[in-house]
Write a protein that binds this ligand. Structure first.
Ligand code: FES
Length: 330
């Protein structure tokens, strides 16, 4: 991240396990006062310490259930919830296992890459697992505005789903809960879409498999691109067949090898470059780089189908080379 956003030092006022997988934190300014405001869908970046001792940042959505119109303008605290990822690099384990009430965390002020839109039509929220966090704030916001909102919330079991009591109180009959262990199978995306009135917008947040399914089904139905808004709630994973390749930076002539389990972005940072980035998940668009040569393996959610087919630009945080080499206009 090349931004110079001032970092907040926040005190953990509460750290509580909501279930064996999800831990909730309430973060307050040291010495009291209020925090920078945020809009529904916003996240903060929190500095974590990885298993190898290095520092990194993780995005956590800000959760709000209050329906007063100005509830998030100057809040006294931020509420976040963190899912423990057994396979991760250690960021979520740090949050779960090494933090206690009274500890201090470095936190960047809120940013919103997943905003609610204004205009006509209702709002349908589709949450998968911990992806419920930004959507909970969206539900509260729509209720504060007096606008129609419904939520579909899917998870492995009710016991592992965070914030069910709060959401049931907030949404009443407008909340549909799908627990895989009580249903015959995963959430039926087609049945869900059949029920969405024309003109309503969909906001989806959850694991990649859910996002991909919703995007595929809405595209198959000919939905306009801007009716579906989404945020991915997992870090990108190495896919079978990922291989090393070379990147050449046309402007400087430098050449680097990107390892099979490394992104181009991380490779450039490792070699002292200073590329622009933010989400590192192929969602925000910040890391787009022009490509002069080579075939791109596009894995982002930003570029249009046409842009991907043209092959002149790529998101270097997540997309890779299909072949042995890419030449970037950097
Ligand atoms: S950093 Fe957000 S799309 Fe690459």
């Amino acid at each position: 991240m090349t931004s110079t956003t001032p970092t907040l030092q926040l005190r953990i006022a509460e750290a509580r396990d909501l279930n064996p997988l999800i831990r909730q934190f309430r973060l307050e300014p040291i010495g009291g006062g209020v925090l920078p405001g945020f809009s529904a869908g916003a996240h903060v970046r929190v500095q974590v310490e990885l298993a190898d001792g290095s520092k990194d940042w993780r995005h956590y959505s800000l959760v709000n259930f209050e329906v007063a119109r100005n509830a998030t303008h100057a809040p006294p605290a931020y509420l976040i919830a963190v899912r423990k990822e057994g396979e991760g690099r250690g960021g979520s384990r740090f949050m779960h296992e090494r933090l206690a009430v009274g500890d201090t965390l470095a936190v960047e002020p809120p940013k919103n890459d997943f905003p609610l839109h204004t205009g006509p039509g209702g709002t349908v929220l589709v949450a998968g697992g911990i992806g419920v966090t930004p959507l909970a704030s969206m539900a509260a916001r729509r209720i504060a505005e007096g606008l129609p909102v419904r939520m579909h919330y899917a998870g492995r079991s009710r016991e592992l789903m965070a914030f069910l009591p709060e959401l049931e109180a907030l949404l009443g009959d407008s909340l549909r809960v799908h627990a895989d262990d009580r249903a015959a199978g995963p959430l039926d995306i087609d049945a869900l879409l059949d029920d969405v009135p024309a003109g309503d917008r969909l906001y989806v947040c959850g694991p990649k498999v859910m996002l991909d399914a919703v995007l595929a089904r809405t595209q198959a139905r000919g939905w306009e691109h801007d009716r579906v808004h989404f945020e991915l709630f997992t870090t990108p994973v190495v896919e079978a067949g990922d291989h090393a390749f070379e990147v050449e930076l046309a402007q400087s002539g430098q050449r680097f090898t990107v390892a099979p389990d490394q992104s181009i972005l991380d490779c450039l940072i490792e070699h002292g470059c200073d590329p622009m980035f933010d989400c590192k998940r192929g969602e925000c668009g910040v890391c787009a780089v022009p490509v002069l040569e080579g075939e791109i393996d596009h894995r982002d959610y930003v570029l249009s189908t046409r842009e991907k087919a043209e092959g002149n630009v790529m998101q270097i945080c997540i997309s890779r080379a299909k072949g042995e080499r890419l030449v970037l206009d950097l």
